[in-house]
Design a protein around this ligand. Structure first.
Ligand code: MIG
Length: 819
């Protein structure tokens, strides 16, 4: 019996009619309060402290504050208004504290100071004001007023608040999928996962809850992660120009302060806390074609056939809900798909992977095995009064698994077996905000097991989708043996990157939404969810060929690249808009395939080091105030910079290039960075630049990943004076062997001056790549190469089929000198 939430877990759970239960249930997880009748309660003067290893407790006599040093640069603050903390549990955090950090508590007349080697947390004795400074004494973040709380008369718990000072120049980034400007200054946002079909600019909340932000003031950055799963709010100098607040409708006031001063380091440290995405299989980074829905089987085969006939690369085809039998998850509609195994294996033989949809709503039907198993084992969510949580979704009347129960997750993971045996390679989890027709989501009184820390839907709502896709991922990992699953989810909470990629939900085929997409993906990337994409072309509405093609161009530089569209729209394949647009789409999808070794290497930097895949200009050059409001250009990995075209009929656009040197990808025109340029934007090009000094690996165009093996990998060296490092990552591609060190991360260090170019190769890891050599092409060399020496031997340049010169290199070359 898995039903570990019991009637009586909530104070008001005795109302007989489930339909009237909404909003009546108390939070069991808030300490019981006997609050006097006042508005807000604040911490008062500090009375003393005690220390246990890395944790220091301060008290004002009644309330307690915990200051816990996680690592040199990460300090957690917790508030217990009544003096007792809640059980320490988090779905977001995957990190155990570093135990080698030194923690020192220093007391002076004004402050207690909790000090690591990089960060000081100051607790002001007189009023419990908390601030954080670096070793030079520069305060990066300071309470405006001490932490406070308020009785919530609506539901009997607390509102917990933290109010910080906002510096006049301070910029704010993060918060997941918000459809608004990149810099959040002046905005108030709310986190409550919501199915927001055709959302608008500034609409909030959306599908995801990532209560993490980065503040940048005077060129220095820090981060705050408010790990609270209840409905949370953030106000970034909106209500008061000099204050930033975050608060929640329940749970504990608990946040992590993350020291910078580089934005990049803040994001990396946030990833240290919450994990990164596993290495995706290479095909997951290819081009994916989706539609609501491709059916019957003939339609799927026809789409696949067209791709190959037209020689437009594609790696995956998606089946939306109509492949199911009456929308029953884990079943096939046998009329549309009489022999799924055969179809999938034929698709596979042509280089197409099949990805299918799975929703959380399980049809109430005693003849349906999934429902039967869930019912017999008590796996479905119940309401405060013990009735099952029922709601209408695609299959009709449904019940919903409690994914916050580990036993339910294990069961859910096993349900994929049949589809996996049929050959399905990836799964798409939708509607997991959770979404219910009519009422939107579950009522608040629905009970959740929450890993034994039982609670209402108020507490579990924002993690429901995350736990669903976690169940999916964990199950698939077992079913695929050692092969990497592919998963994508619409709803998410902080840390979901450990289990899945994400997309931005039901956007619209408008130019405005193309722009919103560029903002959302940059934001998701600095919020831990780097493997993200939009519905290219727009989900609802009709794009014209130009919008579709410009969106495809942005798609090349979206970490996840998939076209998707709603059922009632016209065709959306790359050829659907006529030959002129088809040619542009083909050119850009081919570009994606050329860049795959670079993209894969960038993914490694994300997986291993927590580097975001998309990098706003603010992150590339945070010391320049003007960059805090730039939002159209962004880095794609370390070495590429793009600025998607966001308007119809646009003949050129102004692009800011950061300091350094840049080459326009399509004709290798050279630019000095640190200034703006007007760049022509013909329809078949877009502003796309390579950083000088880089070595960019490039594949020949293939129709799908792994179509053939590359014997000699092309490397393009873009000349720039100075020293630069580029990485190239390879591994087995499909398994988790890289976790055992079976990968190779190569480093190319280029050192160039006016007369010569040197490249030194180094590497880590145990894997031997399948390519045996490199073809090194040189871009932007300021001199005619006269002499080339590879590991002490003189070699000469060779000519390729197009007459271009390159240097043929052994894979394991150590050093090359060109002069
Ligand atoms: O109620 O499965 O965002 O991508 O095509 C709509 C049908 C349900 C919403 C998803 C969309 C998907 C659609 N789904």
């Amino acid at each position: 019996m898995a039903d570990t939430t019991k009637k009586g877990d909530f104070a008001n759970d005795l109302l007989p009619n489930p339909e009237t239960l909404d909003d009546t249930i108390q939070h069991v997880n808030n300490p019981v309060l006997d609050l006097p009748n006042i508005e807000k309660l604040y911490l008062t003067a500090v009375k003393g402290y005690s220390q246990e290893a890395n944790t220091v407790y301060f008290t004002d006599g009644k309330s307690k504050v915990e200051v816990k040093v996680y690592s040199e640069d990460i300090i957690r603050i917790r508030l217990a208004p009544e003096g007792s903390f809640l059980e320490d549990f988090s779905y977001a955090i995957s990190f155990k504290e570093d135990n080698y950090v030194s923690v020192e508590v220093i007391e002076d007349s004004e402050y207690y100071k909790v000090k690591t080697n990089t960060t000081i947390c100051l607790i002001r004795k007189s009023d419990f004001n908390i601030s954080f400074s670096d070793m030079e004494g520069q305060v990066l973040n300071r309470d405006h007023s001490a932490m406070h709380w308020e009785e919530n008369v609506d539901f009997g718990g607390y509102y917990v608040y933290c109010t910080k000072e906002a510096a006049a120049d301070e910029a704010f980034f993060g918060l997941g999928d918000k459809a608004t400007n990149l810099n959040l200054r002046g905005k108030r946002v709310k986190n409550w996962n919501s199915d927001t079909y055709s959302y608008a600019f500034n609409q909030d909340p959306l599908y995801k809850t990532i209560p993490f932000y980065i503040g940048v003031t005077e060129g220095k950055a820090y981060g705050i992660f408010f790990d609270n799963t209840f409905k949370t709010y953030f106000d970034f100098a909106a209500e008061h120009q000099d204050q930033t607040s975050f608060w929640s409708e329940g749970g504990e006031l608990q946040y992590y302060y993350i020291q910078g001063p580089k934005m990049m380091d803040v994001v990396k440290r946030y990833h240290k806390l919450t994990g990164t995405h596993y290495m995706p299989a290479m095909w997951g980074l290819g081009y994916h074609q989706c539609r609501w829905s491709y059916y019957p089987e003939n339609k799927v085969r026809e789409v696949a056939y067209e791709f190959r006939k037209r020689e437009i690369p594609c790696d995956a085809i998606y089946l939306d809900i109509d492949y199911m039998d009456g929308y029953r998850c884990f079943t096939w509609n046998k009329r549309y798909f009489p022999d799924p195994k055969k179809m999938i294996s034929d698709l596979n033989a042509n280089g197409f992977k099949t990805v299918v949809m799975i929703d959380p709503g399980i049809k109430v039907d005693d003849n349906y095995w999934v429902f039967k198993q869930g019912k017999d084992n008590n796996y479905f969510c119940r309401r405060g009064d013990d009735y099952f949580m029922e709601g209408f979704v695609w299959p009709g009347r449904c019940q919903f698994p409690d994914f916050t129960n580990p036993e339910v997750r294990t069961w859910w993971g096993t349900l994929y077996k049949g589809l996996v045996d049929d050959g399905v390679a990836g799964f798409w989890n939708d509607m997991n905000e959770p979404a219910v027709f009519g009422r939107g989501t579950f009522p608040n009184d629905v009970r959740h097991q929450f890993e034994g820390h039982r609670g209402s839907h108020r507490k579990a709502h924002n993690v429901y989708g995350m736990q669903m896709v976690r169940a999916t991922y964990d199950g698939l990992k077992k079913l695929y043996k050692n092969k990497r699953p592919f998963t994508i989810t619409r709803a998410a909470y902080a840390g979901t990157q450990r289990y899945s990629s994400v997309w931005t939900g039901d956007n619209i085929a408008t130019w405005e939404h193309l722009r919103i997409g560029t903002l959302q993906l940059q934001r998701l990337s600095v919020s831990g969810l780097s493997f993200c994409g939009t519905d290219i072309g727009g989900f609802t509405g009709e794009p014209d060929g130009e919008l579709y093609s410009r969106w495809m161009q942005f798609g090349v530089f979206s970490p996840f690249m998939r076209v998707h569209s709603a059922g009632d729209t016209r065709d959306r394949e790359p050829w659907s808009f006529g030959p002129e647009w088809e040619a542009i789409c083909k050119k850009f999808i081919e570009l994606r395939y050329k860049l795959l070794p670079y993209i894969y290497s960038t993914f490694w930097l994300q997986h291993k080091y927590g580097e975001p895949i998309l990098r706003p200009i603010a992150m590339l050059e945070q010391e320049k105030a003007k960059n805090m409001i730039r939002e159209e250009e962004f880095g794609f990995g370390n070495q590429l910079l793009v600025s998607p075209v966001l308007h119809p009929g646009q003949a050129n656009k102004i692009v800011y290039l950061p300091e350094g040197t840049w080459y326009y990808y399509f004709d290798n025109t050279y630019y000095e960075g640190g200034q703006e340029y007007t760049i022509d934007t013909p329809l078949d090009e877009m502003p796309f630049f390579v950083r000088g000094g880089s070595i960019i690996p490039e594949y020949p165009v293939m129709q799908f990943t792994g179509e053939r093996r590359v014997e000699s990998l092309r490397l393009n060296l873009y000349y720039a004076e100075g020293e630069y490092t580029s990485s190239l990552y390879s591994d087995h591609g499909e398994t988790f062997a890289y976790e055992q060190g079976v990968y190779v991360e190569k480093h190319f260090i280029t050192t160039c001056d006016a007369k010569q170019v040197n490249v030194i190769q180094g590497e880590d890891g145990l894997y031997t790549p399948y390519y045996t050599g490199f073809d090194l092409y040189l871009v932007g060399l300021p001199f005619e190469p006269k002499q080339i020496t590879v590991d002490g031997n003189k070699v000469s340049m060779q000519q390729d089929d197009e007459g271009k010169l390159f240097v043929k290199l052994d894979r394991d070359f150590k050093k090359i000198n060109i002069q």
